[in-house]
Ligand binder design. Structure first.
Ligand code: PEP
Length: 256
């Protein structure tokens, strides 16, 4: 059975003091019972300690937005998986489309990062998704299959990870995929994971791309959409709390 996940990617927003403020506002708004929804936030690295303090005693979990695949070394400006784990985080985003677009990440580098995360007991969320040109050229499924096959190469079938399907054309644009478009790709992702030898029924597959309180319910009604990875609407306490609340009202365990 798969629990619904609401994950907030804060990108390069919220300094440590802003993080304390937003989370102080958020905590009293979270009414969903413990464990009803898995809520995870991904603040900037430098704001993680403030988030850890603010969220102590709550069931909101934390992750990092990226990592370097080596565990240590002369890599100025980078942060490794054991450092993230040592801080007390459990999750990490891997291969977000902004990292692929602006920082040259490839399927090969996401694979190295997936290995590093799993080796250090972090739960990675591998982000996949097509551009508008690729969708219009009917390349969506081929592209997704490549991102999964290459990004997950060599990963143990027992490893715990999640997938986020984020069509690039829907990220930060206000254009959300229809629930049917998203469900088609999610079903294909699950089928591909099965073919690759993973226990696909157990893998949580999140949708990301302009998810807001007014469109999340229809997405979560779909059988293969197990949650959302949210950028803009996760930045404010009120909208993140609303997403968690709406998700907690959907039958929250999916799959066999
Ligand atoms: C994201 O950054 O992963 C994302 C989906 O952003 P937004 O919700 O703002 O489209």
């Amino acid at each position: 059975m798969r629990q619904i996940v609401i994950a907030g990617n804060w990108k390069m927003f919220h300094s440590p003091s802003q993080t304390t403020q937003v989370l102080t506002d958020l905590i009293p708004l979270l009414h969903a019972g413990p464990g009803a929804v898995q809520a995870i936030l991904f603040p900037p690295f430098i704001s993680l300690p403030a988030a850890i303090s603010a969220l102590r005693g709550t069931n909101v979990e934390l992750g990092a937005q990226n990592l370097h695949h080596e565990h240590q070394g002369a890599f100025t400006g980078e942060i490794s998986a054991p450092m993230i784990a040592d801080l007390g985080c459990q999750y990490v985003l891997i291969g977000h489309s902004e990292r692929r677009q602006y920082f040259g990440e490839t399927n090969a580098s996401t694979q190295q990062k997936m290995q590093a995360a799993i080796q250090h007991a972090l739960i990675p969320i591998l982000c996949v998704g097509e551009t508008l040109d690729q969708r219009e050229a009917n390349q969506t499924m081929t592209l997704i299959a490549e991102q999964l096959t290459q990004g997950l190469a060599g990963i143990s079938p027992q490893a715990r990870f999640m997938i986020a399907y984020e069509p690039v054309w829907a990220i930060g644009t206000g254009k959300v995929a229809t629930p049917e478009q998203a469900q088609d790709v999610h079903a294909y992702i699950r089928q591909t994971l099965q073919t690759l030898g993973f226990s696909a029924e157990k893998v949580q597959i999140l949708y990301g791309g302009s998810v807001k309180p007014d469109n999340i319910a229809a997405l979560l009604q779909k059988s293969d959409i197990d949650g959302a990875l949210v950028g803009g609407a996760s930045l404010e306490a009120k909208s993140f709390a609303a997403l968690v609340q709406i998700a907690s009202e959907i039958p929250n365990l999916k799959g066999a």
